[in-house]
Design a protein around this ligand. Structure first.
Ligand SMILES: NC(=O)c1ccc[n+]([C@@H]2O[C@H](COP(=O)([O-])OP(=O)(O)OC[C@H]3O[C@@H](n4cnc5c(N)ncnc54)[C@H](O)[C@@H]3O)[C@@H](O)[C@H]2O)c1
Length: 253
């Protein structure tokens, strides 16, 4: 069985492909973006299968690929902050690339698993002291963030979140033709992540600073960011990766 993993040379792609590679013949379609890969050749070598260097928005590249048995679509521009000023690039890759991935999966008649993001929910849910739930930002200092539910309305607050939401919406156009699975992860961190990439995400930025033993300070109103930072008890794993441990369930982390 053959799996095509777009963005396969990236952080989640490498882990996914390694886990699949005992049973699947995995191929990556990846642009080996310089923002993510300091050493593109090393990233390609680390992938447990063939790597086709190309852009997911390039139809010609897709047409040259061998038909897989499944498309796992991970390739994306992933910087939430960067998306706010490089919106054309984010739309081109995250919306246009997802459309092309779905079109090709449909043409091949194979399932697609597409990576969306929790960012589609924006600020998400807050639980207040009287147990009521509100959505979006809140001035209530007693409110704590609560886990989003799958059925929650999409309220993205970044272009990145918008592109992920639009990508999901366009995938539904193909739902009658091929099986479609959408995954919406919260922050994913771990060994192999491009900590040098300033746009990877705030948690990765914290971890990079922890590794350099330089502290970050966050000020401002209570927010998901500050909540995260309050959960600052951490220990070093045997792998050398700093693991964050919740200090108190009160902060919901
Ligand atoms: N890591 C997280 O916290 C997180 C959370 C939610 C969702 N996601 C989603 O998971 C997926 C994988 O994320 P990741 O953390 O592995 O990111 P990553 O940056 O490590 O990997 C993305 C890969 O996509 C490639 N890529 C970028 N643009 C491309 C293009 N136009 N054509 C082909 N390849 C391209 C990059 O070179 C890179 O190898 C993304 O869709 C991301 O939005 C990640």
């Amino acid at each position: 069985m053959k799996a095509l993993v777009t963005g396969g040379a990236g952080f989640i792609g490498q882990w996914t492909a390694r886990r699949m590679s005992s049973a699947w013949d995995v191929t990556a379609l990846d642009s080996l973006s310089e923002q993510v890969h300091q050493d593109p050749e090393a990233s390609a070598r680390a992938f447990p299968g063939a790597v086709v260097r190309g852009d997911v928005t390039d139809e010609g590249v897709w047409r040259r690929l061998e038909r897989p048995d499944v498309v796992i679509h991970l390739a994306a521009e992933t910087g939430t902050a960067q998306s706010m000023y490089e919106f054309d690039r984010y739309r081109r890759v995250n919306v246009g690339g997802t459309r092309l991935a779905a079109e090709m999966a449909a043409a091949w008649g194979v399932p697609i698993v597409a990576m969306s993001s929790r960012a589609v929910y924006g600020e998400g849910r807050y639980r207040h002291s009287d147990q009521t739930i509100s959505f979006g930002g809140t001035d209530d200092p007693t409110a704590v963030p609560a886990a989003s539910r799958e059925s929650d309305e999409h309220r993205p607050v970044s272009v990145y979140g918008e592109t992920k939401s639009e990508g999901e919406a366009l995938l539904t156009e193909f739902a009658g033709r091929i099986p479609i699975t959408v995954v919406r992860p919260q922050n994913v961190v771990g060994p192999g992540q491009a900590l040098h990439n300033p746009y990877t995400g705030v948690l990765a930025a914290f971890l990079a600073r922890m590794r350099r033993a330089s502290l970050s300070w966050s000020t401002g109103t209570v927010s998901r960011l500050v909540t995260l930072w309050r959960c600052r008890m951490w220990r070093r794993c045997s792998s050398g990766w700093p693991c964050i441990r919740p200090r108190s369930a009160r902060f919901g982390c």
